[in-house]
Ligand binder design. Structure first.
Ligand code: SF4
Length: 530
């Protein structure tokens, strides 16, 4: 039997099937799976979608939705008597305000529609699905988001003919870097897994897209799942894995359906013999986008990041060597094999390949744009129809990247150039803010997100995220009522941020202070005492 179907790994699904964390569920699931009740309870309370089954409407409180009145909508929903709560980014920043009714995503939620529904949850209507991603650049693309799926298996056949060593060479020569945030060279990862003495290996797709401002993996899965499935098959055959696990965020209904259909089609046509695909839905925890937290969740545990080393390439899923890749990274693979590593590499401007940039906030057409890696903000926003209002600041790579000032608008949006500016490309979830936005308020939204999503495993992150959010709340309160004292609220900001950066286990805690420290660095006047 497949390892993931055994006792412990099935705990989250058993809790979900029993209706979430209700009285008696932990005991019942414990009996059924053989896992101690306390551990079952630990899982049930960890994941947002399992922990609060009484909440049936979750309204996104991410920055892009907040810019469109998400907090007011939440207050309105509660006033209407709906069982509503706020939630972290739902990867629909291009169609704010986003919400989740049970596990059904809704987009474009507005006050009028909400009022019309009254207290009847089922009457809530979603706006039209997100419009297709637009392309301003006519140059060749890696993904062809607007193109029909091509014949399955051609690149896979090529990979088999080349053999693993030459496939590794091709991936390395292409310069492909991980598109999930870290930017690690993909070729190095593939070789590391293949070189392990352990014969059982796994490939895992990280489709737990949750970084605020990011929705590119959603688009890829919906539009080109064929590329994702074929990329996974090529990776598995090259590193010697037979089982492929796909972990999608639980809120991804349409992406799940598209990926499942692509897997079924590949299986029906026996495109990838000897390989099995298993899809797994997450249950609402941003931290599971961190690869080792994802592996823990896949094993049926609380999704808490592991200490590294060992890295997953050595000891990953169920202790076996595991290749974990983001959706966009793996979807690059078929094109690299079919058109060659040099072709792929030359597509980029300051790095290899194209990049799927997400852009939301104050632009005319929020969406996903495939552009050469290294375009600047002005070029991206030109593709998205232009700025709305006067640019004041932007967040170049999700909440973890902090904010940059308008004069950085020509800096290349790539891994190295943004790191030099003390920021990061991350998942390329770009949020544009015009001069109507209170930047301290914007930083507060990001800090609240990190506080909510910290797994709580290490003290600097658990305590520090709350400390920073509370400090900003005190600052905002004093700014209105006692301006000369406002700056006192931020007295220990530097020490706390340093402690978090130095002593947190994973990237969440290491970067969680950046929304605030970047305001301090680039917009000191926003935090000055009058
Ligand atoms: S840094 Fe935060 S999210 Fe990461 S392991 Fe520590 S407590 Fe968990």
């Amino acid at each position: 039997m497949d390892e993931r179907r055994r006792g412990r790994a099935s705990v989250p699904e058993a809790i979900r099937d029993a209706g979430g964390d209700r009285p008696g569920v932990a005991r019942e699931v414990g009996r059924e799976t053989g896992v101690p009740e306390a551990q079952v309870h630990g899982v049930a309370t960890f994941f947002h979608l399992l922990a609060e089954p009484e909440v049936r409407l979750r309204i996104c409180q991410g920055l892009s939705c907040q810019l469109r009145g998400a907090a007011e909508l939440l207050a309105q929903a509660k006033a209407q008597g709906l069982p509503a709560a706020g939630c972290s980014c739902l990867a629909a920043c291009d169609a704010p305000v986003a919400a989740l009714r049970d596990r059904t995503p809704l987009v474009g939620l507005e006050a009028e529609g909400l009022a019309a529904a009254g207290a009847a949850l089922e009457a809530l209507r979603s706006a039209e699905p997100t419009p297709p991603a637009r392309h301003a650049d006519p140059s060749p693309t890696v993904f062809g988001l607007h193109q029909a799926p091509r014949p399955l298996g051609a690149a896979f056949a090529q990979a088999l003919a080349l053999g693993p060593e030459r496939v590794f060479d091709a991936i390395a020569a292409s310069g492909l870097q991980g598109r999930g945030g870290a930017g690690f060279p993909a070729g190095t990862k593939w070789r590391a897994v293949a070189s392990q003495p352990e014969p059982v290996r796994y490939v895992v797709l990280n489709a737990d897209e949750g970084e605020p401002g990011t929705f590119k993996d959603r688009e890829l899965l919906v539009r080109r799942p064929d590329l994702v499935v074929e990329g996974l098959a090529i990776a598995a055959s090259a590193v010697g894995a037979r089982s492929i696990y796909c972990y999608l965020r639980g809120e991804f209904r349409a992406p799940w359906q598209a990926l499942a259909a692509a897997v079924a089609e590949a299986e029906r046509r026996a495109c990838y013999p000897g390989l099995t695909f298993e899809l797994h839905a997450g249950h609402g925890a941003y931290i599971c986008g961190e690869e080792t937290a994802l592996l823990e969740a896949l094993e049926g545990k609380r999704g808490m990041p592991r200490l590294k080393p060992p890295y997953p390439t050595e000891r990953g899923l169920f202790g076996k060597p595991t290749l974990v890749h983001n959706v966009e990274t793996i979807a690059c693979v078929p094109a690299i094999l079919e058109r060659g590593p040099a072709w792929f590499s030359a597509l980029g401007r300051t790095g290899a390949g194209t990049k799927l940039y997400c852009v939301s906030g104050h632009v005319a057409y929020p969406g996903v744009y495939e552009l050469p890696l290294g375009v600047c903000l002005d070029e991206l926003v030109a593709a998205a129809g232009g700025y709305v209002g006067e640019l004041r600041a932007f967040s170049p790579g999700g909440a973890s990247s902090g904010f940059l000032p308008a004069h950085e608008r020509t800096r290349p949006l790539d891994f190295a150039a943004l790191a030099q500016a003390g920021s990061m490309l991350g998942s390329a979830g770009v949020v544009v803010l015009n001069d109507t936005v209170d930047l301290v308020w914007a930083a507060r939204q990001q800090l609240a997100f990190f506080e909510e999503e910290s797994c709580g495993q290490c003290a600097p992150c658990r305590i520090g995220t709350r400390f920073l959010r509370e400090a900003v709340d005190r600052f905002l309160e004093a700014r209105t009522n006692d301006p000369p004292r406002a700056r006192d609220a931020l007295a220990q900001l530097g020490e706390v941020a340093w402690e978090m950066g130095e002593a947190s286990i994973c990237g969440l805690g290491q970067t969680a202070a950046l929304p605030l420290t970047s305001i301090l660095a680039h917009f000191p006047e926003e935090l000055a005492t009058p």
